[in-house]
Write a protein that binds this ligand. Structure first.
Ligand SMILES: Cc1ncc(COP(=O)(O)O)c(C=O)c1O
Length: 371
């Protein structure tokens, strides 16, 4: 089989080695005479996978001992509700940095449960800028000291913006920083100790869809109200090591394999270097041919994961995407809400894939915007 270059924004390309291992162990898992997909989540075989995955997350991200690692279902979307349901206290005020579509979705759910404030609003720039203390040129982001938490979206998958530095929620206060890292978790090193809670769906950088990783500082588990239904409570999941109910067993096995692959390939520092190189190739072409390609995002805030760009007319974009498809490059169409083009180059995208796209961008430009 000849594999296509998969630039979809998620679920997205996985390392071939991981796919091959999933195939090879699909029917008979390590000579156990059964597949992991049909194995009890209380079995010793699954138990090993579960705790190995947890240990690998801790090791790769250097998660301090006072944080719990949870594997949940429901996608990052469930976290939009679980974060306020668990963390709102007192006057139920929370702060959100509105940097694009995903931040707005999280904010809207929080506003149904408490007093959600927009501590930063990127809409005047058309969501092309980040706060100055996130690495962009927009106004500084700060939470109110009475806030239950400050929520940011570390990488806006649709808009193509990514935080480079981490805001301090409110100087001298205990307001925890909460981050949706769905589209850049494990793509670079991060100082976990600066965050109260981090969450992200696995299906971009970490494995198949179905698992949501949550990393939560242990003292915040005490905020979960007793009145919450069990599944919605971080405290319940924390007490049971994410085995309160049936976890997404097979997807988690995929995550474990990706984590092993990351470790074998030099950990997160090396992953970051690879991601910088891949994104550099594509942004390099956008900047080299300004008459053909344009990236709307301010340079300082450009995402290494989702590279968004437009061409001058919808017809030219159609031509570009058609030519890419003929060359085996898939998923380059921008999100339906914004149009344009988007190349998602997560951990699993090999350098050769980014090179193939950069070469095609050269050809397309050399032909004056034709295939
Ligand atoms: C930044 C971000 N947050 C949240 C989500 C929603 O994730 P899920 O589909 O896993 O609920 C996505 C999905 O693409 C995302 O990119």
């Amino acid at each position: 089989m000849s594999r296509k270059w998969n630039f979809y924004a998620g679920p997205s390309t996985l390392p071939l080695e991981v796919l091959t291992e999933l195939r090879d162990t699909m029917v008979d898992y390590h000579n156990e005479g059964l597949s992991l997909i049909e194995t009890s989540h209380r079995s010793p075989e699954y138990d090993a996978v579960h705790y190995q995955a947890m240990d690998l997350v801790r090791e790769l991200l250097e998660v301090p001992a006072n944080y719990k690692i949870l594997f949940l279902g429901g996608g990052a979307t469930l976290q939009f509700a679980m974060v306020p349901l668990n963390l709102l206290t007192g006057d139920k005020i929370c702060d959100y940095a509105l940097t694009g579509s995903w931040a707005k979705s999280a904010y809207k759910d929080a506003a149904k449960l408490g007093q959600a404030r927009a501590a930063f609003d990127g809409s005047p720039s058309g969501f092309t800028t980040l706060p100055v203390n996130g690495g962009g040129s927009g106004p500084a982001l700060e939470a109110s000291p009475s806030s239950s938490y400050l929520h940011i979206t570390s990488n806006e998958t649709i808009g193509g913006l990514q935080y480079k530095t981490w805001p301090v929620p409110a100087q001298g206060s205990q307001v925890p920083l909460v981050a949706d890292m769905s589209s850049d978790i494990m793509s670079r090193k991060i100082p976990v100790e600066k965050f109260g809670l981090i969450y992200g769906g696995a299906q971009k950088n970490l494995g198949p869809a179905g698992v949501t990783l949550v990393i939560i500082r242990e003292d915040l588990l005490e905020r979960s109200p007793e009145s919450l239904p069990a599944y919605l409570s971080y405290r319940v999941h924390g007490e049971k090591d994410s085995l309160y109910n049936t976890p997404p067993v097979f997807a988690l096995y995929g995550v474990k394999l990706v984590l092993e692959w990351l470790k074998k390939n030099g950990g997160l520092a090396a992953a970051q270097e690879r991601n910088e190189e891949k994104a550099g190739l594509i942004y390099g072409r956008i900047d080299r041919y300004p008459e053909i390609y344009r990236c709307p995002v301010e340079k300082a805030a450009r995402s290494l994961m989702n590279i968004v760009f437009t061409l001058d007319t919808p017809e030219r974009e159609k031509e570009f995407l058609g030519g890419a498809g003929e060359r085996g490059m898939l998923g380059l169409k921008g999100h339906r809400s914004v149009g344009g083009c988007r190349a998602s180059v997560y951990n699993g995208m090999p350098l050769a894939g980014a090179r193939a796209l950069a070469d095609y961008m050269d050809d397309f430009a050399a032909k004056g915007g034709k295939t």
